[in-house]
Design a protein around this ligand. Sequence first.
Ligand code: ATP
Ligand code: MG
Length: 270
Amino acid sequence: MTENIDIYKDHGRECLLKVENLSKHYIIAGARLKDKIIIDAVRNISFEVFEGDSLGLIGESGSGKSTAANMIMRLVEPSEGRIYLFGKDITMLDENGMRKFRKDLQIIFQHSNAVLDPKMTIGELLSEPLKIHGIVRDSMINDEVDRLLGMVGLSPAEKVKFPGQMSGGQVQRVIIARAISTRPRIIICDEPVSALDVSVQGQILNLLKSLKDELGLTYVFISHDLKVVRFICNRIAVMRNGEIVEIGTSAEVLGNPSHAYTKQLMESNL
Ligand SMILES: Nc1ncnc2c1ncn2[C@@H]1O[C@H](COP(=O)(O)OP(=O)(O)OP(=O)(O)O)[C@@H](O)[C@H]1O
Ligand SMILES: [Mg+2]
């Protein structure tokens, strides 16, 4: 069933994504055959993301950030709760039903090197989503690929290369170009710089920030690094053991943290 929700609650800004009482329990085999271990990866989380927001999801390793992201993408089946995208309930949609949302909701994965097919050239990798989603006419694809490369600071000459012939920072730029190629409204960035050398992390963060402004994007931005989140996010949700323990504007959460765990995170990030 598709249910419409009130999507214009925040001073006329549209609520693009709403997560309501979302949980994920993984059941894995224990040491003995009949033993079952339940892992509460995400517990009853709720939040809204409004147009133009950059909502930071922070928390230590294993706190459930990627599981939450993957449920929103409908790559992981939620155990309980609901997900609304652009006011439509997408919780139960199958791949076919999700197809029309895929172009508007993109993800940049935590371990993104594995995402690109090593046998495809950069030109092919960028043409693919343009063709699948019919973003431009076939005769315009080559120009559009050049334009996308330019937007992420790469030259058209890179088109002939394979991912293995590029640096980590360049590969991440290609991945960002693919994410923006379908002209999405929301991008979930799951630790988009954590696998990169420190020297290029800042460049990629600057790129993500300027693309957000230029294209009017909305981000859910996952990180365990408070400095990163402070730089790019206007709102922050703090996760611990699968729960959101604190959520508010960046100024509220970082300026006056109310939860002991947030204070602890801030101290350990100094
Ligand atoms: N497929 C799975 N099967 C069983 N348990 C899983 C699975 N995926 C994740 N988990 C568990 O769920 C919990 C949350 O994992 P998740 O990857 O969401 O954390 P995270 O906050 O993204 O961590 P990190 O910062 O290291 O990326 C962890 O305890 C993890 O071991
Ligand atoms: Mg993760």
